[in-house]
Design a protein around this ligand. Structure first.
Ligand code: HEC
Ligand code: HEC
Length: 355
């Protein structure tokens, strides 16, 4: 009996040891990086391929979270155009964020970030999610630096990037901002048509023309290389918003329900939609503009009866777009041309860890 018990105890210990070993192995996993580093498109005054490589490793490294469970890529997944497919996102402790995770691409063209535009520099932004008590939960930057200093593979990466292996907050921020800046997407069908390398189908063309027409006026807010990312709007999602966006940080009621106009690049991959992820499909989004616009007191003029009445005092009455079924399908066909399949499968932006 005693013998059996000892055997059982020994077995239990062995199983336990094995389990911890496995965990250690995961923890010590080193990133797989190519011998010849990938080349990134990056402004040389700002960074180098080596700083971007470091940024890529940091972006995908779960050690940046308090319990090694969450990396930036948990909520910004390459296959989803660097969004996460969730209504709102889940952080290190299983709690959810307030807002939908935006897609990331061509951030170099923007100077305002987050749905309420509260951040004005990528460098200053990147350490926020790391310390966020829902997203990644590190106590402070010092504990992050201390933690990363104990991870073998960071020394050579920092040395390669900055000349010495010293790890500090500035270097971490710079490297991650450089990786974000290097996320360049320019090979969607829309880009190829713009470069005269492809043609829209008849349906996509109808959708495109409608998008930029004075009647639909989508282009009145969604413009530029990503069809969005600049400017702000209130699109009348509700009469009263639970999350008031820019109104909350400015304290000005005239900004209630006003959010950054989101980029539409890779939009077919970034469902669900809106700051709170309320719409599951592009059909639902188009239906909103077609007959769901509410008369919010801050409704943007572009969605009103008189879209050119700049400087008019408001509030504006909504003008529903009343799209036909064929128009709705055409708009969606056009939105789908913004998917960049190279971007979402390019190994130089992919996860270097093999968990
Ligand atoms: C738990 C999920 C989660 C994690 C982890 C996370 N993010 Fe985010 N990210 C979000 C959400 C949600 C937003 C929108 C927040 C808002 O607008 O208030 C966001 C917004 C952003 C934006 C702004 C994009 C834009 O167009 O305005 C950038 C850039 C970004 N995150 C980068 C990062 C980086 C870098 C990391 C890792 C250090 C990271 N995120 C980790 C969920 C996450
Ligand atoms: C007044 C400016 C404005 C106009 C006009 C406008 N949009 Fe938007 N659009 C926005 C804003 C702002 C949001 C985000 C709103 C929110 O989350 O509260 C948005 C969200 C979206 C989204 C979801 C994006 C995401 O990542 O969640 C899509 C798709 C979209 N709009 C397509 C269109 C189409 C198609 C039209 C024309 C029928 C149009 N928009 C007209 C400002 C505008």
């Amino acid at each position: 009996m005693k013998k059996q018990l000892t055997l059982f105890a020994a077995l239990a210990i062995a199983v336990l040891l094995l389990a911890t070993c496995n965990k250690e192995q995961v923890f010590n996993e080193t990133p797989q990086l190519p011998e010849t580093p990938y080349q990134y498109e990056i402004n040389e005054n700002v960074g180098t391929d080596a700083t971007v490589v470091l940024g890529r490793v940091l972006f995908y490294d779960k050690k940046l979270s308090i319990n090694n469970s969450v990396s930036c890529a948990t909520c910004h997944k390459q296959v989803h155009g660097f969004s996460d497919g969730q209504t709102v996102s889940t952080g290190f402790g299983g709690r959810t964020t307030r807002r939908n995770a935006p897609a990331l691409a061509n951030l170099r063209f923007y100077y305002r970030f987050f749905w309420d535009r509260r951040a004005s520099s990528l460098h200053d932004l990147v350490l926020q999610p790391v310390q966020d008590h829902i997203e990644m939960g590190m106590e402070d930057v010092e504990s992050l630096i201390e933690k990363l200093s104990k991870v073998d593979y960071y020394k050579p990466l920092f040395e390669e990037a900055y000349g010495t292996s010293e790890i500090d907050a500035d270097r971490i921020s710079d490297a991650m901002a450089d990786f974000l800046t290097a996320l360049v997407s320019t090979n969607s069908k829309m880009d190829r048509v713009d470069n005269q390398e492809a043609d829209y189908t008849a349906q996509e063309r109808i959708g495109r023309d409608l998008f930029f027409s004075p009647e639909a006026n989508c282009g009145g807010c969604h413009s530029g290389i990503n069809l969005g990312g600049v400017g702000v709007g209130n699109i009348g999602l509700n009469m009263e918003y639970v999350d008031n966006g820019i109104g909350e940080i400015s304290g000005n009621n005239n900004n209630n329900g006003v959010f950054k106009t989101p980029a539409l690049r890779n939009i077919a991959l970034t469902a669900p939609y809106m700051h709170d992820g309320r719409f599951k499909t592009l059909e639902e989004v188009i239906d909103h503009y077609s007959d769901g616009i509410e008369a919010h007191p801050n409704l943007s003029v572009q969605l009103s009866d008189d879209p050119n009445c700049w400087g008019c005092p408001g509030p504006f009455a909504p003008r529903q777009r009343d799209f036909s079924e064929a128009e709705k399908r055409a708009l969606i066909a056009f939105l789908e041309t913004m998917t960049d399949y190279d971007f979402i499968s390019d190994p130089k932006y992919s996860d270097p860890f093999d968990y």
